[in-house]
Design a protein around this ligand. Structure first.
Ligand code: OGA
Ligand code: MN
Length: 255
C-alpha cells in the first residue's frame, strides 16, 4: 500500500490533465489516507472547485414527460448530469477513498447480501459534498412538482470489487419508510455489457430493466422498488443517494 501511495504524485494532479482511468480502478483496494486526502483536497481547491461547478438546471432537465415517467413507472434515467470538471473531481475522489464495510442492517450481516464497500459523504469530502448539495437542489424540484416531502438527503460512495454485487432488496428495510427517492450516480468510464454490474430494477408495472453503470448517469427511483446489482466483472464505482422524509439525524461517521 505504501508503494502505491508513494507512486502517486498527487501534487502534480491537475484537473485539466486528470485522466480518470489513472485515478480510479487501478489500485486495489482504493486508498484515501489522511495524507492523500489533504493532497487531493488541496489540488481540487487549487482548481477552485466550488458549489457552482455542480450546478445543474434540474428544473429544465426534469421535463414534464420525465416527471410523468417517474410517477407512472417509478424510475427514470438522467444522463450527462454534470460538466466535465465536476465529473472528473468525483471520479478522482472516488479513487482515493479508504472504503469500509457497510454496517449491519436489521441484524443481517450485510456482506451476505451485498459486496460493496462504502464511505458516507460528509463535509470532509470535497467533490462528494458538492454533489450532495446538488442532489438537495434536485430534491426541491421533486418536492415542488411531485410533493415528494423530502427533508434531507444522504449519500455514500460505493466500490464493488470484481466478483461482487448486491442481491435483491428495497432501500427501505422491513418496517422502515424514511427513504422516499433513491438515486445512484455512476462513475465508470467505458462500461460495457460484458462488464456485468447492471442495476436491475423492477418498475411499478412489474417490468425488469437493466441499467448500465456508466459515468455521468443518474438513475432515480422510488425507494420501495425492488432492485439488485448484478455481479460486476470490473471494479464498479458509484454514489448511492437517498432523499429522505425525516429531518437531519445525528451522523455516525464510522459506518
Ligand atoms: C444500493 C443500491 C445500486 C447501484 O446501494 O442500495 O441499490 O446501482 N445500489 O449501485
Ligand atoms: Mn438499493
Amino acid at each position: 500500500m505504501t508503494e502505491i501511495i508513494s507512486n502517486l504524485d498527487v501534487a502534480d494532479l491537475s484537473l485539466t490533465e486528470l485522466d480518470a482511468d489513472s485515478l480510479i480502478g487501478e489500485h486495489n483496494p482504493p486508498l484515501l489516507t489522511p495524507h492523500i486526502n489533504e493532497a487531493v483536497g488541496s489540488t481540487l481547491n487549487q482548481h477552485k472547485l466550488q458549489t457552482s461547478d455542480f450546478d445543474v438546471n434540474w428544473e429544465d432537465r426534469l421535463t414534464d414527460a420525465l416527471l410523468d415517467d417517474l410517477t407512472n413507472n417509478g424510475w427514470i434515467i438522467i444522463d450527462d448530469v454534470f460538466n466535465k470538471k465536476a465529473l472528473l473531481a468525483l471520479q478522482a475522489e472516488s479513487g482515493f477513498i479508504d472504503y469500509r464495510d457497510a454496517a449491519l442492517t436489521a441484524g443481517i450481516h450485510v456482506s451476505d447480501i451485498r459486496g460493496d464497500k462504502i464511505r458516507w459523504i460528509t463535509q470532509n469530502f470535497f467533490a462528494g459534498f458538492y454533489y450532495l448539495q446538488s442532489i438537495n437542489a434536485l430534491a426541491t424540484v421533486f418536492n415542488r412538482s411531485l410533493f415528494a416531502g423530502v427533508r434531507h438527503s444522504e449519500a455514500h460512495y460505493a466500490w464493488y470489487p470484481v466478483g461482487f454485487g448486491y442481491q435483491w432488496h428495497s432501500d427501505n428495510p422491513a418496517g422502515r419508510n424514511e427513504r422516499v427517492i433513491s438515486a445512484v450516480f455512476y462513475l465508470n468510464d467505458e462500461w460495457a455489457t460484458e462488464d456485468g454490474g447492471a442495476l436491475e430494477v423492477i418498475d411499478n408495472n412489474g417490468n425488469h430493466h437493466n441499467v448500465m453503470p456508466v459515468a455521468n448517469r443518474l438513475i432515480v427511483f422510488d425507494s420501495n422498488l425492488q432492485h439488485q446489482v448484478q455481479i460486476a466483472h470490473r471494479q464498479r464505482y458509484s454514489i448511492a443517494t437517498w432523499m429522505r422524509r425525516d429531518g437531519l439525524v445525528p451522523f455516525v461517521e464510522d459506518t
